[in-house]
Write a protein that binds this ligand. Structure first.
Ligand code: 5GP
Length: 184
């Protein structure tokens, strides 16, 4: 079975992703020159983006991971977000760049939760870099400082993004065939 066969359409190719990440890497290297930079990726979706992004940043850096659980649909009303995996190192006085896979509605509150949480630990700065932005669905304003691509209102998979835990390993961003998610 080949997972590529479940994809109806490729929205962003592997080459386009690589090209944009190069640009982001150059910009981030410039913006953080002379500063102590820590990239904090939110598991699991941002892991592949992080791996490629750090290799395009030329200044010294370190990176760390957090895992957050938001309780599905409930979190939209309750705002309950739980930290499942915390940072390994202190970020006090460091410049933190949070690396996220996609910002959609902003409703799950994971991004604003993590930004507030990291700010409270006396980081010198906390900014956000997302691979994808889906602004058409935005309900809660979340500040994005670096954005890879703006995407239309479609459920996308690949390059770290999953559907039921699968498709993260696709090297491109695509849309599933309706029959795969029960829409057909
Ligand atoms: P938000 O709170 O911004 O609506 O949700 C953000 C999170 O929902 C993302 O980090 C991601 O885990 C998930 N998500 C939102 N849109 C998509 C999408 O199109 N595809 C996938 N795979 N996950 C999505």
């Amino acid at each position: 079975m080949d997972i590529n066969q479940d994809i109806a359409q490729v929205l962003i190719t592997e080459d386009q992703i690589a090209g944009r990440i190069k640009e982001l890497g150059i910009q981030i290297s410039k913006d953080y020159e002379g500063k102590e930079l820590v990239l904090v990726a939110i598991l699991k979706g941002a892991s592949i983006f992080l791996a490629d992004l750090v290799r395009e940043i030329s200044i010294p850096l370190s990176f760390d991971f957090v895992a957050i659980s938001s309780y599905g649909a409930d979190s939209r009303s309750s705002g309950v977000v739980r930290l499942l995996k915390d940072l390994d190192e202190s970020i006090e006085s460091k410049h933190v760049l949070v690396v996220e896979d996609i910002v959609d509605t902003g409703w799950t509150l994971r991004l604003s939760y993590i930004v507030e949480n990291l700010r409270s630990r006396k980081a010198a700065s906390v900014r956000v870099c997302t691979l994808l932005d889906k602004p058409s669905q935005r309900k809660v304003d979340v500040g994005i400082d670096y954005n890879g691509f703006t995407v239309e209102d479609k459920y996308v998979v690949g390059y770290g993004l999953d559907f039921n835990g699968k498709y993260r390993s696709l090297p491109y961003i695509g849309v599933l065939k309706p029959e795969v998610y029960g829409g057909g």
